[in-house]
Design a binder for this molecule. Sequence first.
Ligand SMILES: N[C@@H](CCC(=O)N[C@@H](CS)C(=O)NCC(=O)O)C(=O)O
Length: 212
Amino acid sequence: MIKLYGANASPFVRKVMAVLAIKQLPYEHIPSMPFSGDPELAKVSPLSKVPALIDGELNIADSKVICRYLEGAYPDVPVYPTDPRQRARADWFEEYGGTVLAESAAGIFFQRFMRPRVFKQPADEEAVDKIINKNLPPLLDYLEAQVPVEGFIFGDLTVADLALASPFVNAGYAQYTIDAAKWPKFSALVERVKAHSAMAPLLAVEAKAFGG
Ligand SMILES: N[C@@H](CCC(=O)N[C@@H](CS)C(=O)NCC(=O)O)C(=O)O
């Protein structure tokens, strides 16, 4: 059986879990915390980052690598568009979600969620304010112009939607919500992704873990 290493609260792990759910692939989740010096994680993930995956003899790390492997090995229910141009756009959105969006969301999450809970320190609200009011708005302006009013970016849910929405689940745990008056299309897309049958059960598990 496939083994997935990672913490539920990682936007990258959540993306892979949603892909496994869409593809209806059974897997064993092995909880692994990054930044903890876990030697078991280092064995399966050379950079000690999550997620990592084992499927038989294969051991790989990085959510993009994992999602591409799953698409190639288990193609019955696709999670990327097949048209090359649409596929290139999906890859771009996955890159965008996994870099600038994930960094911004991680910044808010670290300050308001991790610092008080894990490090027993107050959040640096100045840093949060900079992310929310300076860094994020141009990123959201761009996305607002890219996403549809209804449905998902390529019709059915793909990794592109997951990669763009997943960081905002983390930001949500840190009391950040996308301003629907400024970014109505993108904020609605994020809500549709969260409500999707592949994502909602994952969020329910997270809510329990976080006492929600
Ligand atoms: N590009 C990687 C990023 C993974 C990543 O940065 N994961 C974070 C948790 S959300 C991590 O493990 N960080 C630990 C570290 O940077 O040492 C992917 O897509 O999987």
